[in-house]
Design a protein around this ligand. Structure first.
Ligand SMILES: NC(=O)c1ccc[n+]([C@@H]2O[C@H](COP(=O)([O-])OP(=O)(O)OC[C@H]3O[C@@H](n4cnc5c(N)ncnc54)[C@H](OP(=O)(O)O)[C@@H]3O)[C@@H](O)[C@H]2O)c1
Length: 290
């Protein structure tokens, strides 16, 4: 392991406890192959690689460790020009944004995406990915992040505390072709109101969400997508993560997608990273290094 990054889900799963302890947390990893299984042809010792879905998929162990065992379908080569920190930082959030926007919603050039939480891990990469795809994005964040989120590619950034958020979002998007929501418990009604006719709402998180007017959603022929990284990492019918990572790696290598690293902790301070990802506001990702 040369770098790992923390995601909120790592803290959630830790709090839920483990069937067996000790348990190693951490879903994202970038590093160098030290050994391969007997059936593995695609990789060899010394390869630079990155992966996601370890902890979240409940495989043998997580990435907050000196070494990790990674199934090859969760893995891709890390391109030259992409450092280990960037590889670890982009993995889970990048695959999530890709699945939500490309696989589920089939985001097209010229479309408009509304992305909640533009300074967040998923949000900031989703804005960059929308830009790389030729789509326009509108996002939300605290005012202190507005300039940075615009630099990532968002056309407009709205303060999510404003009372008229829905109206402002409708005005800024003209009706969103895609809404990417990581807080459906708060924003599901807004998502549906904001989406354009024939639009997509991709939900990646949120506990209890209600929709008071199903007819409003039906009248717009909306597609609502519900997705989870843990499905992707474990379900036999889910597509492999490796090819998505490979494309994300290429975009980062070609400077067409930026992943922001807010700060880096040494591995022995993993507990601080677990606390920070839940308790603090920051732009982008928190990374751990050995
Ligand atoms: N389904 C999946 O496959 C999948 C994959 C990855 C993540 N997720 C989930 O998606 C969520 C986001 O993940 P992440 O890695 O992006 O987390 P993150 O880095 O902590 O980002 C959270 C974002 O949400 C914003 N936010 C917090 N409260 C808000 C509110 N009331 N209104 C609007 N925005 C608000 C934060 O802004 P502030 O900085 O101002 O607080 C921040 O921009 C988590 O619940 C995570 O578990 C799901």
């Amino acid at each position: 392991m040369r770098a790992a990054s923390i995601n909120p889900v790592d803290a959630v799963l830790r709090e839920q406890g483990a069937p067996r302890v000790p348990k190693t947390t951490g879903s994202d990893i970038a590093g160098v192959v030290t050994a391969v299984g007997t059936d593995v042809d695609a990789y060899e010792e010394g390869d630079r690689v990155f992966a996601t879905g370890l902890h979240v998929g409940r495989f043998a162990g997580g990435s907050f460790a000196d070494f990790a065992v990674v199934p090859t379908d969760l893995l891709a080569p890390l391109p030259e020009g992409v450092d280990f920190e960037e590889g670890a930082a982009v993995a889970l959030v990048g695959v999530t944004a890709w699945r939500a926007m490309v696989h589920h919603a089939r985001l097209e050039p010229g479309a408009t995406a509304f992305i909640h939480g533009g300074n967040g891990g998923v949000g900031h990469v989703a804005i960059g990915l929308a830009d790389a795809l030729g789509a326009t994005s509108v996002s939300t964040a605290r005012p202190e992040y507005h300039d940075a989120v615009r630099k990532l590619g968002a056309e407009t950034v709205l303060d999510y505390t404003r009372d008229d958020l829905t109206e402002a979002a409708v005005e800024a998007t003209g009706g969103a072709d895609l809404v990417l929501d990581s807080m459906a418990g708060t924003y599901f009604e807004m998502d549906v109101e904001l989406a354009a006719f024939g639009g997509d709402v991709s939900v990646i998180a949120g506990g209890e969400a209600t929709l008071s007017d199903v007819s409003a959603a039906r009248s717009k022929e909306l597609d609502i997508h519900m997705m989870s990284m843990s499905n992707l990492a474990t379900h036999p019918d889910a597509p492999d993560i490796g090819p998505i990572l490979a494309r994300l790696g290429r975009l980062v290598a070609e400077d067409r997608l930026e992943v922001v690293i807010d700060r880096t902790y040494p591995l022995e301070d993993a507990a601080a990273a677990h606390r920070a990802v839940v308790e603090e506001s920051f732009l982008g990702k928190i990374v751990l290094t050995p």
